[in-house]
Each structure stands twice: as structure tokens, then as C-alpha cells.
Design a protein around this ligand. Sequence first.
Ligand code: C2E
Ligand code: CA
Ligand code: CA
Ligand code: CA
Length: 256
Amino acid sequence: MTTSETLVQDLREAVSSGGLTVVYQPQFALDTGAPDGAPVAVEVLCRWTHEVDGEVPPSTFIPLAEDALLVEEIDLQVLEQGLEQILEWQRTGRAVELAANASPSHITLDYAEAVIARLAVIGIDPAFVTIEITETPTPQLLPDMRGALARLRAAGLTIAIDDFGAGDTTIDMVESLPIDEVKIDRSLTQRADAAADAIVTDVVARSNSQGWRVVAEGIETPEDLARSIARGCHRGQGYLLGKPMGVAEIEDLWLR
Ligand code: C2E
Ligand code: CA
Ligand code: CA
Ligand code: CA
């Protein structure tokens, strides 16, 4: 097992040599009947295969990248790979949106401008792109982040709060941010009790009145799917509907 110091060095090397890869997890509309056939969106997720340790999960390398100040570069590289891919899909008649993750530690005006510039260079309509904020911003990060999110939204991108219900983010905190989408964490999606129903239906009601989208994550069973539809979630994502996969497997979804 490689020590974490060596792992950080190896990660730095992977980032600078283009050694990170990506997979895509499909999202389906839940408000238009059974979620089969073509996905409405794909979430691009980063993958790193270490030469000794094999596949290192993002839950291990993203925190390392965070500490080593590599996460902004990773997020931009992953976004760029996703943009190139949806461009290719769009060219072959498969219009699909892209969602990419961003750590709040680097959501500044510089990051927003870098994102907008990449979309322009690659030639993707910002209406096809969602940036998912992966954790609750601390109060110190908020002022910088607000301006950056406003810039991204003004350019036409969609902003999502990821993993709602996993931490201590409340819907009141979410309502104070300039966003367009809430992703319901799998812990809430998979909870069948009345309290979880009440939390999610409240998020959906408030989101509907704000014009936001609600995406249920972690749909693993037909019950999770039925529950998410009954709660009014607009889109769904999870192993039942499609695991994170490579390009060829995503393309098969259009053939179903
Ligand atoms: P996330 O953004 O919440 O991404 C969804 C994670 O849940 C993915 O794990 C996915 O494989 C997993 N998942 C999807 N459906 C299901 C399901 O039905 N059941 C269960 N149990 N899990 C499901 P993954 O790819 O290991 O990523 C973990 C986290 O690492 C992501 O959570 C995200 O926070 C972070 N991450 C991944 N790629 C990036 C990236 O490029 N940039 C940043 N900043 N973070 C990333
Ligand atoms: Ca963090
Ligand atoms: Ca995410
Ligand atoms: Ca999530």
C-alpha cells in the first residue's frame, strides 16, 4: 500500500500528465413516465487507476487533492472531458446534458471564468451544463462563491447542491443560495419513513415554487424509484437505472 504522501505525488503526476479518466452515470426524467430509453443527462465522475494500488476511489483521492490544492485542476479536466464527450454525442443526434462536480473550496470568479471559457472553446450551449457543488460551503467561502455562482448562472449554466440530506444543510440555507437544482442524497432516497417523505416533499414543493429541479440520487430498488416519483422528484439517478459506465455502455442506452 502506497503511503499517502507518495499517493499525493502520484496524483499530482497523474493530473499533470492527463492520467485521470472519467465514467458517466445516466440521469432519467421521472416526470414523464417510466425512466427507460435515452438519459436526459449524464454525471461525469472522475476515476484514477494507480499503478501499484489499482483503482483509488474518489472518496480517497478527492480529499487528498483538496489538501494538495489539485482539486480545481481535476474538476476542470473532468468537466472538459465531459464537454468533449457530450459534443460528440450531440453531433450524432444524441442531445444529452452534462453534470460535473465542483468542490466549494475553489468556486471563485476565476473558476467561473475558466468554466465559461471552456464551454465557449469547445462549443457547448451552457443550457446543457450543470455544476454540482459537492458539499456545504463554509461561511468563509460563501461571499466568493456567491459571485461565482451568479456569474455561472448569468452565463446560462445550471447550479446544483449535491447530497442534500447527507450533511446538515437545511432547505433554508439552500434557499439563500443562487442555485437551480437540489440533488437528494441517497440516504433520503432510500428512507421509507414518514419523516423522510415529509423532508423530500417539502424540498420538492419549495423547489417547484422557485423553479428549481429536484434530482433523486441513489435509486437502487424499484421501491426507491416509486418513492422518488411519488415524492415529486423531477429526475432520478442510481444503480437501478444505470451505474457509472464507459462511453460505449452509455451509447447502448439510446438503442434500448
Ligand atoms: P457524488 O457526486 O454524490 O456522485 C455519486 C456517487 O454515488 C458516485 O460515487 C456513484 O458511483 C455513487 N452512486 C451512484 N448511484 C448509486 C446508488 O444507487 N447507490 C450507491 N450506493 N451509490 C451510488 P463515486 O464515483 O465513487 O464518487 C464519489 C464522490 O466523489 C462523488 O459523489 C463526488 O462527491 C466525488 N467526485 C467524483 N468525481 C469528482 C470530480 O470530478 N470532482 C469532485 N470535486 N468530486 C468528485
Ligand atoms: Ca472538502
Ligand atoms: Ca455529484
Ligand atoms: Ca451526490
